[in-house]
Design a protein around this ligand. Structure first.
Ligand code: UDP
Ligand code: MN
Length: 435
């Protein structure tokens, strides 16, 4: 266990000369041990209980630990770039992970490009988790007086932001070398670009930092669950072997992206009737593309993120499905029926009023979903007119399931999960059944 007493302080400075920038991050006034030591996992406690990642491993790391530079190319922009406000919302985040996120922003960004770091504490149990970080340079802390969910929290942070560009990050990230400049450069050139870094993986068990593939883009199936797709052969060919060319992506993972502040406002921020988590990445991705913008992944920018398998928090008054349904109802036109066919249970989820979002869509003159499918995501197979119905073949609680055996065509049965995916059965004319 860490000592809670204040450790002797030595002024620690990072001074790196890089491309004419002087990076100085002075941490003499923040006591990591005192801050993190107050919430350590006690002997006998499950290290995964609070965060659904291994908090013991996270707590062991120094707030400014080194991670390897995972970029393909050391390209750094020399243009005159606009400053950004970094918005980080959190609900009961592990202190060590939240602190590392903040410190990595300060340590890995040219100081003049980070106007401020706005932490939005989404009603965490302990107000001190956020409040204590207010001592760190550039950090502003806002606290919700009730749980708002990540969408309204981000909008609150964005509304308070003073820089012309917004940078959203999850509360368990680590920015890598020169992560910010290439993102800002793309947005400075064209404010209708909404850009994401390549999201490297911080292992949720041992917290090792692992570089992610640079050949991926974001996509989904008709169940509307985000997934990574490999670029098509054509797309890779078009890049002419250039590993740092921006990658057009139909969907962003959602946690980490940069967007011009005015454009964020003009384009309708987020759907304020979405709660807690989920579906907002789908919504903003459809909206950006259909209303005239672009979504890109910028391989020169790398930020690590702790991917985990379960949510550590409750979903008061909401579920991801409500949000997904709202996104489908507003943006997908008649194609929403393919979603309902893939996830039949979604039909019964009350999704509230979408009038103002539909009006906004009209006012912005956004293109139909058909255009998005044809121009942005042609790889998504649209069931043709011969397809009669989607569904699952169910017997008792078990459903016909591909069990992931796409190559050999062998199928089996598995507990029904109503999420489509491997259990989608497509019923076609002439009684041909395909999975
Ligand atoms: N979050 C929040 N309020 C909520 C739920 C989530 O502020 O009600 C924050 C959370 O702390 C994190 C971000 O939103 O910083 C995204 O959530 P999470 O990391 O759980 O999503 P994932 O990355 O697993 O999709
Ligand atoms: Mn996350």
């Amino acid at each position: 266990m860490r000592s809670k007493s204040r450790m002797t302080l030595f002024p620690i400075k990072f001074v790196l000369f890089l491309h004419n920038y002087l990076y100085v991050f002075n941490k003499t006034d923040f006591d990591q041990d005192l801050y993190v030591g107050a919430t350590v996992v006690r002997p006998g406690q499950d290290p995964y209980a609070r965060n659904k990642f291994n908090q013991v491993e996270s707590d062991k790391l120094r707030m400014d630990r080194a991670v390897s530079d995972t970029r393909h190319d050391q390209y750094v922009s020399t243009s005159d770039l606009p400053a950004s406000s970094v918005v980080i919302t959190f609900h009961n985040e592990a202190r060590s992970a939240l602190l590392r996120t903040v410190v990595s922003v300060l340590k890995k960004s040219p100081p003049h490009l980070v106007k401020e770091i706005i932490l939005v504490d989404d009603y965490s149990d302990n107000p001190e988790d956020g409040a204590l970080l207010g001592k760190i340079e550039k950090v502003r802390v806002l606290r919700n007086d009730r749980r708002e969910g990540l969408m309204r929290s981000r909008v609150r942070g964005a509304d308070a932001a003073m820089a012309p560009v917004l940078t959203f990050l999850d509360s368990h990230c680590e920015c890598n070398d020169h992560w910010l400049e290439p993102l800002l450069e793309r947005v400075a050139e064209d404010k209708t670009r909404v850009v994401s870094p390549i999201i490297d993986v911080i292992n949720m068990d041992n917290f090792q930092y692992v570089g992610a593939s640079a050949d991926l883009k974001g996509g989904f199936d008709w169940n509307l669950v985000f997934k990574w797709d490999y670029m098509t052969l054509e797309q890779r060919r078009a890049r002419q072997g250039n590993p740092i060319a921006p990658i057009k992506t139909p969907m962003i993972a959602g946690g980490l992206f940069v967007m011009d502040k005015e454009y964020f406002e003009q384009l309708g921020k987020y759907d304020m009737m979405m709660d807690v988590w989920g579906g907002e990445n789908l919504e903003i991705s459809f909206r950006v593309w259909q209303c005239g913008g672009n979504l890109e992944i910028i391989p020169c920018s790398r930020v690590g993120h702790v991917f985990r398998k379960q949510h550590p928090y409750t979903f008061p008054g909401g579920s991801g499905t409500v949000n997904t349904r709202r996104a489908a109802e507003v943006w997908m036109d008649e194609y929403k029926n393919f979603y309902y066919a893939a996830v039949p249970s979604a039909r019964n989820v009350p999704y509230g009023n979408i009038q103002s979002r539909l009006e906004m869509k009209k006012r912005l003159g956004c293109k139909p979903f058909k255009w998005y499918l044809e121009n942005v995501y042609p790889e998504l197979r649209v069931p043709d007119h011969q397809d009669i119905a989607f569904g699952a073949l169910q017997q008792g609680g078990n459903c016909l399931d591909t069990l992931g055996h796409f190559a050999d065509g062998v199928v089996g049965v598995y507990e029904c999960h109503n999420a489509g995916g491997n259990q989608v059965v497509l019923l076609r004319q002439h009684t041909q059944v395909s999975l």
